[in-house]
Design a protein around this ligand. Sequence first.
Ligand code: PLP
Length: 481
Amino acid sequence: MTATAAAAPTAVAEHAASPTYTPARVDGVAAVLPVVGADTLVPLVDGRRVPYANLDVAASAPALQAVADHVDRVLPLYASVHRGAGYLSQVSTALYEQARRTIGAFVGAREDDLVLVTRNTTDSLNLLAGCVPADPATGAPGRVLVLDIEHHANLLPWQRDTDATVLAGGPSVAATLDAVREELRDGGPYALVAITGASNVTGEALSVAAVVEIAHAAGARVVLDGAQLVPHRPFSLAASGVDYVAFSGHKTYAPYGAGALVGRRDWLDAGTPYLAGGGAVRRVRVAETTWHEGPARHEAGSPNVIGAVALAAAAEALRAVDPAELAVHEAALRDRLVAGLAEIDRVQVVRCWADAVDPVGVVTFTVAGYDPGLVAAFLSAEHGIGVRDGRFCAHPLLGRLGFDAGAVRASVGVGTPGADVERLVAAVRSLVADGPQAQYDVVDGLWVVVDDPRPVPEGLGLDGLLATAALGDPTGCTPIL
Ligand SMILES: Cc1ncc(COP(=O)(O)O)c(C=O)c1O
């Protein structure tokens, strides 16, 4: 998956490749790192309370306990940054700039790379899209090559801000790499190839090393959407040759509102400042503004100090774990998910490429005869399991693969115990065998429990549960996100 991926869990990987291999049950597999909320009980429709099985970490991962503890330690020291003379302002400024260095080191930044603290992957990729240089001869927007397997965050910014070509993925990794190679050779020149480090639908990816080799040979740079890769695998810009990587704190066990864009300085220094405002400028006169170069150019306004510090703490905690341990844990859970689901009647596991190597712990599936939204509502209401349903902000991919009606996604991370995976497999098996026990209905395009008896947590001022924020679509379309 990446040139610098940890030594693959050889035993697991080799077995998984064998047609006779049935992954062992994973009931006894423990989480690798403690996360906040691991013991949280949630109510079921039958009145019981069970520990929440969070199998939606690809959307947002729970905070590592180490991250939450670090934030608690830092909060009393928090004050204004960059322009404050007070002692705590100086401490906070040092913490912020140190976090920037740690975040850069986490993704193997080269000495001259810039580390920009953003809000998330979407923000990072939008920022970079505004910095792709125009064609020097014609002044036309820079050309970007992207595959149709991408999350909308790694598709729409290129389509809006650059001259983007969207290439359909092929039936295999090898065929897709051939198509990329051919397009770069015959359809170029391109400034940039934008590619996922791991699909948020299937966990699969092209070989990053191969993409870099092909792109660089054609004179194009590579940006990696690291949203689903960086939380799961060691990654290094320097070792892989990737030019830019974007990722999100909330998917990297640091849900405090920060993300990052790390990579080559020249485009970022020359690009239009992402946000106009204080901190991004050297000098302002009414008629003329001189912008900073470096990170400040794109970080106008007051930065998210706590978010950056939290992301750095997550980076340090992940780097402290033996990569082989991470890989073995995740491969065991993923293999069991795929095999356990696939052997249930009427269940189909969604794949882009059967020959993808070392996919991350993201597994998408459908249950014939059941709407994905109903499956997800059932898993929550009757089993206390959190998954994602819909089209995962990857509409072109789901459409091409024939899943326009959506699917269900289970995803695991360092805080996932194997028992949660077994609970999911057993719950889906019970759905197929016996059907749901509660009554469900579609309200405003969403599956809900009829007269849902589950209470909301007390003391938070909540007056009900809300499944999505995508309400009130004036077109009346069913929201399939
Ligand atoms: C592969 C991938 N890219 C980009 C994003 C966007 O991330 P964010 O919502 O944190 O900006 C996601 C989110 O699910 C993702 O999975």
